[in-house]
Structure formats: structure tokens, C-alpha cells
Design a protein around this ligand. Structure first.
Ligand SMILES: [Zn+2]
Ligand SMILES: [Zn+2]
Length: 265
């Protein structure tokens, strides 16, 4: 195991608890992190307007609980960042109030819903326009200096999987690998790289969806974008679920300085 991987596998900056749609209580998550040897983590529950599992209504309780968890983690030699996962709206603003954004120690922006324009509806637009809106949304996240990380940039695509007859997690991921080649070309990633690098926005290596593609990481790296690492565990046994990322780090000969400062390598 490379020295870099030994350090990277002790980090996970995308974790959910029962506060949003994760399965474990905060203390159970901390225990699971300790069990797999994590040293630096971020709890990033959903805080996003209109998200069905948003913690926004319980924000104060979340912060209070996470501060206690942070203190407990510290006693166990684990640094814990109090984070959120949110999204961007049609104007490029984050879908969370400013007091949340100020208090959050790590902000992941992901696409959980594609924002259409007022004159558009899912049935009135073509697939082509839909994916164009999707790309615009990612570029807006990359242009937002408050964002620390773009989450699952080409994993967990928001689309009508039922229509595509992808009824299992594996089928969706398999189909996704094909789809992204068309909808997110490498030429477009150059623009993402330019924008993200300019604004200090990192891109996540996402454990559970096993994305992005190696060639995408190369384009981002060449454009000066820094990387983050996260499993996006909702279940406790998925904490630091990193088979794909371990292979990717080796294949691309990634270095410590390819990762964002908060990764703390
Ligand atoms: Zn997400
Ligand atoms: Zn997530």
C-alpha cells in the first residue's frame, strides 16, 4: 500500500447520519469511522431547500449535536468537520440560508434536482436541453467560491431511471458509466476545471458510485483542480468504501498535492 493511500484511507469527507437520510445515529457513525481507522472526517447531512431529508428545520439541533460529536471525536484522535451537502439554484446561489453557510465547516454542492427555467417543464424540454441544464448547474457550483467540493459530479445522475429500466443500484451505475461519456464530454470538463480551479472548488472522488472516470480526473488535475475523497456512506458499513478510489489513486499516480488543503495530507 502506498504511503499516500495509507493516509487517504483514513479520511472520509462525505458522510450522512439519521439527521438526514443516513442510517446511523451520530455516535454510531463516529464508532463506525473509528472501527475502520479514520482520522479526519466530515459529517455532511443534507441541508437543501426542498430536499425531502433536509436538516434545515433542525439546524440548531444539528450544530449542537455535531459540536458534541466533534469533542468526542477529538478525544478519540479523530478530527471531525461539521459539514453539509446542498445544491445550487437556477441563479447559482446555494440552496441554504447564509447562517448555515457561515457555520458549516465544509460545503459539498451536488446535483439532486435539475433546476429548469420558469418556462420549462420536464415534459416540454428535450433530453438534450435537460443535460445542458445539468451541465450549467455543475458549472454554477464550480463558480461558487463558498463551495468546498462538488459532490458526485458524474455519479448518482438525476434522471428517470425507471424509464431506462434500471431498477437496481448496480444497473443504474452501469448505465451511468455509458451515459456520462455522451453528456459530460472531456472538452466540457476543461471548462469545469478552469472554473473550479479559479474559485478554489474541489471535485470529489466518490466511493459509492465509483466515479468520476479516470480520464476526467486527469483533465481536472491538468486544469489545477484539487480533489476530495468521500464515500457518501448512508449505511454504516459503507464508511470509507473506497475500492475504486484506491485503484484510481494508483493508476493515475496521484500525489498529496492533488488533494485540497482541508484533506490535510
Ligand atoms: Zn448527494
Ligand atoms: Zn451525500
Amino acid at each position: 500500500m502506498s504511503e499516500l493511500w495509507q493516509r487517504l484511507r483514513q479520511r472520509d469527507f462525505h458522510l450522512h447520519t439519521r439527521f438526514s437520510d443516513g442510517a446511523g445515529k451520530p455516535q454510531e457513525l463516529l464508532q463506525a469511522c473509528r472501527a475502520v481507522g479514520l482520522k479526519r472526517i466530515a459529517v455532511t447531512d443534507h441541508c437543501e431547500y426542498a430536499h425531502p431529508y433536509s436538516i434545515l428545520d433542525r439546524w440548531d439541533e444539528y450544530v449542537h449535536t455535531m459540536r458534541q460529536l466533534q469533542a468526542d471525536a477529538q478525544k478519540q484522535g479523530i478530527e471531525l468537520l461539521i459539514g453539509i451537502e446542498t445544491g445550487v439554484d437556477i441563479h447559482g446561489n446555494l440552496k441554504a440560508p447564509s447562517y448555515v453557510l457561515e457555520q458549516a465547516e465544509l460545503i459539498i454542492a451536488s446535483v439532486h434536482q435539475v433546476n429548469l427555467r420558469p418556462d420549462e417543464s420536464p415534459t416540454s424540454i428535450s433530453q438534450e436541453v435537460y443535460w445542458q441544464r445539468y451541465r450549467e448547474q455543475i458549472l454554477m457550483a464550480a463558480a461558487c467560491p463558498q463551495v468546498d467540493v462538488i459532490g458526485h459530479i458524474e455519479g448518482y445522475l438525476v434522471t428517470d431511471w425507471e424509464q431506462l429500466a434500471a431498477d437496481t443500484f448496480e444497473k443504474r451505475r452501469q448505465l451511468e458509466k455509458e451515459l456520462v461519456k455522451e453528456i459530460f464530454p472531456l472538452s466540457w470538463y476543461k471548462e469545469v476545471a478552469r472554473t473550479a480551479a479559479q474559485n478554489g472548488v474541489a471535485v470529489e472522488l466518490h466511493g459509492l458510485s465509483q466515479s468520476p472516470r479516470p480520464e476526467v480526473v486527469e483533465v481536472l488535475k491538468a486544469g489545477g483542480v484539487k480533489l476530495s475523497i468521500g464515500s457518501d456512506a448512508h449505511a454504516l458499513h459503507h464508511v470509507a468504501y473506497y475500492d475504486y478510489i484506491e485503484a484510481l489513486v494508483a493508476q493515475l499516480h496521484l500525489h498529496a498535492n492533488d488533494f485540497a488543503a482541508f484533506v490535510g495530507l
